[in-house]
Write a protein that binds this ligand. Structure first.
Ligand SMILES: *Cc1c(COP(=O)(O)O)cnc(C)c1O
Length: 428
């Protein structure tokens, strides 16, 4: 390999990231103390700050009991407001357009209550064929909820034969030709499997021009690529916070609803006491007075101990800045791709993620044809201390995360793949 370990170390000195702010799991194998953690697209690492911040919220409960609603250093009643500005900046939203609540699939359902309203011949929901199963189940169950047959109501866009990724031009052509039958377009911003970054502004514009509502699942996009949801005229979006947003397993998700839908009394929404104007909440009236913000989509009072880790993590993104992170991400992912270009040829491995940096985030997915994905991930972990994410049957996903991954981590991935699949001339 022309890429050496010394070269990787040198790059880390020149372009260090923020690894010191995170707790990196110890490695099981491979001779290095720390894991080369490439699974931040599945579950991000724990920021060091999270533990103390969470303990402070717990202490407020111990010391104040119910009075903590108003008297805690971070009062619980308006706690969610502490996250709004950062969440909005992260996705390019106005503060009135973003809120942190619930989990991702729950939020998709709540948003579809408002934004999937099949009528007449306009009944279909468009997703990608490689959609995450939860999204697929969600849209199929929504179709059934409206008395429709999910096999006809749900359209699954497929890549061309022999290709892994969707072409924007094909999505646009579909919307041009069949858009008048589409009620809702709901794609993943970055595909969980292939790592493909969709052209969110172009597809949003085409879907809306065809008369459909356009929502995005940003599970793999939030905290990974810069987003401008307001400017792109996206109708709605939802994301989770446990992948690139490092807020812990099952962390609360985020929701965006475009300003033009806020305060619209004709949009159906499910409501609870957190859907009403905060100043009227304790008037305990039988009818709600929803605010003209996305907070009208809230239902319950938020789980404070789950909000804390999201707040801590969003603060970190706010300080570092996603545009700065994206620049390091482009350098780090290009470096890993350069290593893979040396290692993959002649081995039963192939890159699935688009080569164009503008069409991907930090994840590079690799197809393995001689060994199952689970087996490959197991060997990477136990023999080399590399944690990657397997998607059966044949995809292993590597995500060099710009906040905490290193060039040396990438180098370890390449070394490990080379060692697991020795080329025939190297076996002798
Ligand atoms: C991770 C992920 C989910 C997970 O859904 P939860 O409701 O948070 O369990 C859903 N959709 C996509 C596209 C994902 O990547």
């Amino acid at each position: 390999m022309t890429f050496s370990e010394e070269d990787a170390r040198r790059r880390d000195q020149g372009d260090p990231g923020h690894r010191e702010l995170f707790r990196v799991p110890p490695a099981e194998g491979g001779g290095y103390p720390e894991t080369a953690y490439m699974a931040g697209n599945s579950l991000g690492l724990q920021p060091r700050a999270t533990r103390d911040e969470l303990l402070a919220d717990l202490d407020a409960w111990a010391e104040l009991g119910v009075e903590g609603h108003l008297e805690a250093a971070r009062p619980w009643l308006p706690y969610h407001e502490l996250l709004t500005g950062q969440a909005a900046r992260l996705v390019g939203a106005l503060p009135a357009e973003a809120v942190v609540m619930n989990s991702l699939t729950v939020n998709l359902h709540l948003l579809m209550v408002s934004f999937y309203r099949p009528a007449g011949t306009r009944t279909r929901i468009v997703i990608e064929d490689a959609a995450f199963p939860s999204d697929s189940y969600a849209v199929r169950s929504q179709a059934r909820f409206h008395g429709l047959d999910p096999d006809t109501a749900v359209v699954r866009l497929r890549p061309r034969a022999g290709e892994d990724c969707l072409r924007t031009e094909d999505v646009l052509a579909f919307l041009r030709d069949e858009g008048d039958t589409v009620a809702l377009v709901m794609l993943g911003g970055v595909n969980f499997l292939t790592g493909e970054l969709m052209d969110i502004p172009a597809i949003t514009a085409a879907g809306r021009a065809a008369g459909a509502v356009v929502g995005w699942d940003l599970a793999h996009a939030a905290g990974n690529v810069p987003l401008r949801l307001h400017d792109w005229d996206v109708d709605f979006a939802a994301w989770c916070s446990y992948k690139y947003l490092n807020s812990g397993p099952g962390a609360l998700g985020g929701v965006f609803v475009h300003e033009r839908h806020l305060g619209d009394p004709d949009l159906p929404r499910f409501e609870g006491w957190w859907s009403t104007e905060a100043s009227t909440r304790f008037e305990m009236t039988p009818t709600s007075r929803p605010p003209a913000t996305v907070e009208a989509w809230q239902i319950s009072n938020p789980p404070i101990f789950a909000m804390g880790p999201v707040r801590t993590s969003l603060d970190l993104f706010d300080k570092v800045g996603l545009d700065t992170l994206r620049e390091r991400s482009l350098r780090l992912t290009a470096y890993l791709e350069g290593l893979l270009d040396e290692v993959l040829p002649g081995r039963p491995l192939a890159q699935v993620t688009p080569r164009d940096p503008e069409r991907r985030g930090c994840q590079l997915s690799v197809r393995t044809t001689a060994m199952g994905a689970n087996e490959l991930a197991r060997r990477l972990r136990h023999e080399h201390g590399v944690i990657a994410d397997a998607r059966q049957p044949d995809i292993v996903r590597f995500a060099p995360v710009p906040l905490y991954s290193t060039y040396h981590d990438c180098w370890r991935v390449a070394q490990a793949l080379a060692a697991i699949f020795p080329r025939s001339e190297e076996k002798a």
